[in-house]
Design a protein around this ligand. Structure first.
Ligand code: GLN
Length: 490
């Protein structure tokens, strides 16, 4: 029986740990064994420190022996993987980049502290596209993570390591970050649940910034209940992040159940056309019928400015990235390549330290912010961003949530889009407007393509701070289907 511990959900782990059927050491060891078995193929982890993980596990086992339970500490003794862009004190924080290849974090991110207080075993560093720029993990300076359903394909990105680790049962849950889809897109392509919370709900203190007006941290889990549980742990005001909002944190798990009677769900006309793979469309259509059968009313809504979302995103995100990445100069952080003078030092350090995609973004971002172009690109993009948000707010006057595909296609082959950045950028057409609008979004499994057999994701978008409704709809759909029970053939 213990050989299957790695397949348990967070809720199942907590229940077995509380009942003393298993120990955290056994659970953690089961995940380490699973990693040893499948990670040579999946390559989700950049680093893992078994001794450190087991020491944390033992500490939680002692707490349990003294009477601690999951009632006060919902993750007590449960391993949670970390995308390598979130600070864990004393651990490397490479962001998938050579420039931070040996950088060790001097402090914990707020989410790391929160996981610790909830009792989690903080577990491993997960691969990602360099500085979270990408949709396939192929921009990692170290290696490409593979899709557990078909290792010749990519797991999505930028949080590809987190998605692949959870889908491959290497970790019961993991954290990722989402700036334009980096949680939802890989969750869809790997067949797990990925949630991007409302901007301002989860603190980004200790998350290395990519595009500060868009970045959010969120969980990858095996099911929706676990996603709710993780969100309750991660959310809450933090005075160290000025964009974090002072709001009480609900118990998101309490929002589950209750069904969909009386619920209105929007289907965005603009999201169901152009470039959408027929099998993905069929799966989403079937999910919509299923939601109707569960009692929801489907209403067509319009998001007329969403066609500009990718263009707007690649102006705003690159502009912010060019400013955020200025700090990696060889003086303050990470690797240094010496030069005859400071300018040469900067040039050499950044020239060798950053990969091609990061350089492309810095160049684009610097361009759209430069005098003479600022008004034409950056300012205009900001105005269109407001219109995109307004489209959503208008739609949410009529509906409780919006349903769409998460991605236009299932997982593509490694190497298929690396020579064409625009094709790569288009894999985020359905996820990007959510970040521009600051609203929450979740991706849940809704079927498989036939041959090859690859997961398809359904995206649900909610009102600002509408996570309870979002999770309730996602949970009702999930519980009426069996998609989550299928495991990759590893
Ligand atoms: N794929 C998008 C990009 O390359 C989104 C990345 C993200 O959400 N971090 O920017």
């Amino acid at each position: 029986m213990n050989r299957m511990l790695h397949t348990l959900t967070l809720a199942e782990c907590a229940q077995k740990l509380d009942a003393r059927e298993i120990s955290s050491r056994e659970l953690t060891q089961a995940c380490l064994d699973r990693i040893q078995k499948v990670d040579p193929v999946v390559k989700a982890f950049l680093r893992i420190d078994p001794a450190d993980a087991l020491a944390q596990a033992d500490a939680t086992d002692s707490l349990r022996a003294q009477g601690a339970t999951s009632a006060r500490q919902p993750l007590l003794g449960i391993p949670v993987g970390m995308k390598d862009v979130i600070a864990v004190k004393g651990h490397t924080l490479t962001c998938g980049s050579r420039i931070l290849g040996s950088f060790v974090s001097p402090y914990d991110a707020t989410v790391t502290e929160k996981l610790r207080s909830a009792g989690a075993v903080i577990f491993g560093r997960l691969n990602m596209d360099e500085f979270a720029m990408g949709s396939s993990t192929e921009n990692s300076a170290f290696f490409t993570t593979r899709n557990p359903w078909d290792p010749s394909r990519i797991p999505g990105g930028s949080s590809g390591g987190s998605a692949a680790a959870v889908a491959a049962d290497e970790a019961p849950a993991a954290l990722g970050s989402d700036t334009g889809g980096s949680i939802r897109q890989p969750a869809a392509l790997c067949g797990c649940v990925g949630l991007k919370p409302t901007y301002g709900l989860v603190s980004r203190f200790g998350l290395v910034a990519f595009a500060s007006s868009l970045d959010q941290i969120g969980p990858f889990t095996k099911d929706v209940r676990d996603s709710a549980r993780m969100l309750s742990v991660l959310s809450g005001h933090d005075r160290r992040d000025s964009t974090s909002l002072p709001r009480p944190v609900p118990d998101y798990e309490k929002a589950l159940g209750g069904g969909l009677k009386g619920m209105k769900l929007g289907l965005a006309r603009e999201f169901m056309v152009g470039g959408l793979d027929p099998e993905v469309k069929a799966a989403v259509d079937a999910a919509v019928r299923q939601l109707t059968a569960l009692g929801a009313e489907i209403v067509e809504v319009s998001l007329p400015h969403s066609e500009y979302a990718v263009a707007v995103y690649y102006i705003i995100a690159t502009a912010e990235a060019s400013a955020n990445l200025a700090r990696f100069d060889g003086i303050r952080y990470g690797a240094r390549v010496d030069g005859a003078d400071p300018i040469q030092l900067y040039e050499r350090t950044r020239g060798l330290g950053f990969g091609a995609e990061v350089k492309r973004r810095i160049i684009l971002g610097t361009y759209v912010l430069s005098s003479g172009y600022y008004d034409a690109y950056y300012l205009r993009a900001q105005k269109v961003r407001t219109l995109i948000r307004q489209d959503f707010l208008n739609a949410f006057e009529k509906v409780d949530a919006i349903v769409s595909p998460t991605t236009p296609t299932a997982a593509f082959k490694a190497g298929e889009k690396t020579s064409d950045p625009l094709q790569m950028y288009l894999s985020d057409v359905f996820t990007i407007s959510c970040n521009l609008a600051g609203i929450p979004g979740i991706s849940i499994p809704c079927g498989f393509t036939r041959s090859p057999h690859l997961p398809i994701g359904l995206q649900l978008l909610g009102k600002p701070f509408g996570e309870e409704t979002l999770l309730r709809v996602a949970h009702a759909y999930e519980q009426s289907t069996n998609w989550r029970r299928e495991r990759p053939p590893l």
